[in-house]
Design a protein around this ligand. Structure first.
Ligand code: DGJ
Length: 571
């Protein structure tokens, strides 16, 4: 009897242990963000993961039939993740009746093509406008109040100042997150959630409905003032400049604290959007704590003020307000279609805001963007917009059924993704440690100097040795210091020379250069490069005068686009 009791107690202990460790395992396994040095990485199934993504057009995911024409080509384009919309109106077509069969179908399609998913919750707002809310919300303006603009008219934008709006959107979003937990927590297909899409008021600098006007003349919330005061010395310059105009006032209403310019309206809207969405994110995370990000329609050069672009979204001016007002949102991401991509990623990747680019270009410029964001700013990933159109149009071109697959794979972005896929383990290993950098070059920015390891890397766009006028229009590369005198270099249309920056002989020669590929993170060497492959100039005397050997790395197009170089030094 006593033995039996002991046996049962042991059994019970084992059961408790197993249950506890299983629960912990599921929890740890949920895709989550984790710091590595200065980088923030996305951890999936216990390992860092690089999103080589693409976003389908807005309504593509409303039809599984349509998506069936797309999945296969997404595979061919080397995407590992697809960004797809789920609209509030699609899953709660009647008030209180939820139907997630579309979500299940999308997950099934993605899984059967070995793709991960980032869902975009098109709830209260999509590009500022409330066009994806259910019809029963649209049709009941009394219950679901909207933004009013200067003229006193309302626009088709739900007001952030309405608790009802927030509660109903939150109820649907939470049901959606619960459903994802139920169907995906043991599969980890879904990696992150984009909450809403490009939020902000369009057509005016702020909401002028009665509740908004009342809030605007009330004291600026204590939490925001406290946050700004606590971080005063490290505040981003854009908001600091505005706050400085009132002598950094810490009491008063919005105009008293920030002044009487449209920037104050924008800060006010940012606070209200941040608070609305923070509460949604927190409630969603209580169901299933996936990382959550916002995406911003960034200020365009032709915009005269907030309202020309959505007023209140995360922008360089409002990033700090978003940080203060939405601690449950992990990333404020930019959508970058503007040509100065390098400047925009730098503006968003500040004060601890990790970089993810959910929308951008998918052409050769997009390939450069992906390399740069990932190599220079430790981006969690990159994603061009409208990829179903590229994939589908190519496949549907008359008579192209046989040719299309190669054409798709050979497009610049799929080629770049194929290379990034090979490099992923070594990139992820180095992100945040000061051993990786990238260059993004154009006809206007033809050269960049990068200090990495014991050398300065002089990177230029590729140009013809005999006719230097003949230069590439775009050049890009990732550089990883893999040893004291050793680099891994990958990219397109670049030339690289090296200048020692530590004491010792001042000329760097190429001890060996090999091209090759990575298979499961292991370097497989290919050709040994020398002669024409590495020769940049014959005027060796002039080269020596500037401490150069005359040789360097060249990557022309996508040929030999991963190279491993060992340097030695001489005088
Ligand atoms: C940005 C939006 O976020 C996308 O949903 C889409 O509308 C694109 N603009 C269109 O260029």
């Amino acid at each position: 009897m006593k033995t039996n009791l002991l046996f049962n107690i042991r059994l019970l202990c084992m059961f408790v242990l197993i249950t506890v460790s299983c629960t912990t395992k599921i929890k740890n396994d949920i895709p989550h963000l984790q710091k590595q040095g200065t980088a923030t990485q996305l951890i999936v199934d216990g390992k860092p993961f690089l999103i080589l993504g693409g976003e389908v057009s807005n309504t593509a995911s409303s039809s599984l039939e349509y998506m069936n024409t797309v999945w296969l080509n997404l595979n061919k384009m080397n995407f590992n993740t697809v960004l797809i919309a789920v609209a509030w109106g699609w899953v709660e077509p009647e008030e209180g009746r939820f139907d997630f069969s579309l979500v299940d179908g999308l997950l099934e399609g993605a899984r059967s093509h070995n793709l991960k998913v980032v869902f975009l919750w098109f709830g209260s707002w999509k590009n500022g406008i409330s066009s994806f809310v259910p019809t029963w919300v649209k049709a009941n303006q009394e219950k679901f109040p909207r933004v009013q603009v200067k003229s006193g008219k309302s626009i088709e934008v739900l007001s952030t100042l309405s608790e009802t709006n927030r509660e109903y959107d939150t109820r649907a979003y939470t049901a959606f997150m619960r459903h994802i937990r139920e169907v995906d927590s043991n599969k980890n297909t879904v990696l992150m959630i984009q909450l809403q899409n490009e939020v902000g008021v369009l057509g005016d600098s702020r909401d002028r409905s009665k509740p908004a006007n009342e809030a605007f003349v009330k004291a600026v919330p204590r939490e925001l003032i406290d946050y700004l005061s606590r971080h005063k010395d490290s505040l981003l310059p854009e908001i600091r400049k505005v706050w400085e105009t009132t002598g950094f006032k810490t009491e008063g209403n919005w105009e008293e604290v920030f002044g009487t310019t449209p920037a104050t309206d924008e800060l006010f809207m940012a606070w209200n959007y941040a608070q609305y969405m923070d509460k949604m994110a927190a409630t969603g995370k209580a169901e299933y704590p996936l990382p959550v990000f916002t995406n911003s329609w960034i200020v365009q050069p032709e915009d005269k003020g907030p309202g020309d672009y959505p007023s209140g979204g995360a922008e360089p001016l409002t990033l700090e307000v978003w940080k203060a007002g939405a601690p449950n949102i992990d990333i404020n991401a930019p959508d970058i279609y503007l040509p100065n991509f390098d400047e925009w990623v730098a503006l968003f990747n500040r004060n601890g805001n990790p970089l993810f680019v959910p929308e951008s270009r998918g052409d050769s410029g997009g390939a450069a963007n992906a390399f740069y964001a990932i190599g220079q700013h430790a981006a969690i990933g990159y994603s061009p917009f409208g990829i179903d159109n590229t994939a589908r149009l190519l496949a549907l071109r008359p008579g192209s059924e046989v040719k299309a697959p190669e054409e798709i794979e050979n497009l610049p972005l799929p080629k770049a993704y194929e290379t990034l896929k090979q490099l992923s383990p070594v990139i992820l290993e180095n992100q945040g440690k000061g051993t990786i950098a990238a260059a993004w070059l154009t006809s206007e920015k033809q050269a960049k100097e990068i200090q990495l390891g014991n050398y300065k890397l002089n990177v230029e766009v590729w140009r013809n040795r005999r006719n230097p006028e003949q230069a590439a229009k775009i050049g890009y590369g990732i550089f990883i210091a893999v040893g004291p005198d050793e680099y891994l270099i990958s990219g397109c249309d670049i030339r690289v020379t090296f200048t020692p920056t530590t004491p010792g002989p001042q000329i760097a020669g190429l001890a060996s250069v090999e091209t090759g590929k990575f298979e499961n993170g292991k370097w497989i060497p290919g050709r040994k490069l020398s002669g024409d492959d590495i020769l940049l100039r014959y005027d060796l005397g002039a080269a020596a005068d500037v401490n150069q050997s005359g040789s360097g790395i060249q990557i022309r197009g996508l040929i030999h686009n991963i190279q491993r170089v060992k340097l030695y030094r001489y005088e």
